[in-house]
Design a protein around this ligand. Structure first.
Ligand SMILES: [Zn+2]
Length: 304
């Protein structure tokens, strides 16, 4: 090897070494930069976390403010009490069709009174069993026994119009019909400060003239005990107890002792069977039926 060649060799070797050193330096620098980047990325991560924490704190502060915002979420809550009200009718709805919960109802009605003894006896029986009934009174008898009229009303029973002198309304002209009804109506107004809102036509006789002149609903019946005819307690009781059903209107007369006795047995029996004894108004109100003037009603059976 010549001297020149040696110089070249060393020169190249030095150059290579310098290159290696340069490259190594660059690597180390880049490695440091990378590390720095990693550090900074960690720092930014920490910063981000801090920010995130701050954000978490801020929302928590917002959530303190949110009680006003949740007031929006409370608005639905406020609406919820409204919704439960909407739900309530749904809860009530099943109650209406549930025949078990709603007691069957019967309206006992007594015509031709009042009677100072038997009407009072019937009133006592009704009171004993927390029942109500309707008394279709005759005006000239109401005049005689105003105290009984007052007692009927005071006990929560209903009083209906059964004419003034028990004339058959179908045999009267319009003026005659109105006179019979108005007279009784005025008498009752004087005694209990209330006019009767329903009429029981005498003998159950109705024609178009009676309907148009009545000025009130005409209440007939679905069970006729014929108590006035048999004057038998047992027969009267059996007429009712054997075949009574929800919505029936029972006809009796509070002028007779056997009727008063039968009434007590009937009231006791029906109450024990779970019937609610109601007035005519209560019966039809329970059915959602608004009684119409001049219209005839025989019962309040449920429509199927
Ligand atoms: Zn009568």
């Amino acid at each position: 090897m010549g001297e020149n060649k040696l110089k070249k060799f060393f020169g190249v070797t030095i150059a290579i070494l310098v290159l290696i050193v340069l490259v190594a330096t660059i690597f180390v620098k880049e490695a440091k930069i990378l590390n720095n980047n990693n550090d900074s990325s960690i720092e930014t991560k920490i910063e981000n976390q801090k920010e995130a924490d701050d954000n978490k704190k801020e929302p928590s502060q917002e959530s303190k403010e949110n009680p006003t915002v949740p007031s929006d979420t409370k608005k639905p809550d406020d609406k919820k009490p409204v919704e439960p009200e909407k739900v309530k009718p749904e809860k009530e709805k099943p109650k209406q069709p549930a025949p078990v919960k709603v007691k069957p109802m019967v309206a006992l009605t007594f015509d031709d009174g009042p009677h100072p003894q038997y009407t009072v006896q019937i009133l006592n029986s009704l009171k004993k069993y927390n029942g109500h009934a309707t008394f279709f009174v005759v005006g000239n008898r109401a005049e005689k026994y105003p105290a009984v009229i007052k007692q009927i009303s005071k006990n929560g029973n209903q009083i209906g119009n059964h004419s003034y002198s028990h004339k058959e309304l179908t045999k009267l002209n319009e003026a005659g019909i109105k006179k019979e009804l108005t007279k009784t109506s005025d008498i009752l107004q004087n005694i209990i400060q209330k006019k009767p809102s329903i009429i029981r036509p005498t003998y159950g006789s109705v024609n178009n003239r009676v309907k148009s002149s009545a000025g009130a609903p005409l209440i007939l019946w679905s069970i006729d005990t014929l108590d006035w005819k048999t004057k038998s307690k047992t027969t009267t009781v059996n007429k009712v107890v054997g075949k009574v059903k929800d919505g029936d209107i029972v006809l009796m007369h509070d002028l007779y002792k056997p009727t008063a006795q039968a009434a007590e047995a009937i009231i006791q029996n029906l109450t024990a069977k779970g019937y609610k004894l109601v007035t005519i108004d209560e019966l039809f109100a329970a059915r959602g039926v608004k009684l119409q003037s001049g219209q005839v009603y025989h019962n309040a059976y449920k429509k199927k």
